[in-house]
Write a protein that binds this ligand. Sequence first.
Ligand SMILES: [Zn+2]
Length: 300
Amino acid sequence: MYCLQALKIIMTTVIPKIEQLSSRVWRILGCNPGPYTLQGTNVYLVGTGQKRILIDTGDADKPEYIQNLKDTIKTQQTGIQQILITHYHHDHVGGIADVCNALDLGSTVSVSKLPRNPPQEESIESTSKSYNYLQDGEVLKTDGATLRAVYTPGHTDDHMVLVLEEEQAVFTGDCILGEGTAVFEDLFTYMKSLEKLVSLKPQKLYPGHGPVIDDAVPKVQMYIDHRNMRERQIMEVLSGNTDKWMTPMDMVKIIYVDVPEHLHIAAAGNVDHHLTKLEKEKKIVRRDDGGTVQWKKSSL
Ligand SMILES: [Zn+2]
């Protein structure tokens, strides 16, 4: 329970609905607050020219956000050159049709993202547009801004961050959030993506949710340390019980001893992600005992 309280306390930074963050970056809030989106999705307008790049589009049916986006574009006397999408989640792609309709974006304005992995067909809801697929490392330019796509899977299988070369900044999508810690589909690839983020040596992070992060590398390192601490605890439990096979719940009862029992199922899901990663690294082995998956430290 204390975890939830801690989360509430740190989720207090108020983000204005429209804000200029640098000479080439504006942030428009998606107006879709929720437990997983903090105050909502951050939509970024990037560049200095008469046509700029939009990063992510927020969720569908958020008229206040669409109006704010229209107002920003009008006051900046600019338009949209192209739309870039960090990953397929609805709070990032859901607004594509509304943005295209409200700004009257014709077929020349592309909507680009990395493909799903493994590949699968994707359509954009309520529009005749289809995705233009980018490649890892591809560079996208607009007046005043150079963006480089970097494949960073883990939160989702198609996730990319965008390096803004002029500011040594990174648009992190949901790989790193402005507050709290992110959820992920695959911890093994997620951790590799966090390491990749550190290697980019960013000065500043523009996250998909929450405020701008100025202490960029320490923040990413904090994410890495948090996950490594949990992993160490799991390995300690398995190392101390080499004579038996254990379920995630067996481990939860030892590691999450201070957490109330009704949260143990959620904690077991978390442990499960770590176990899958440790198995990929060949540090532990699994067996299926009549439908119950159990784990043990590898004897290698
Ligand atoms: Zn997401």
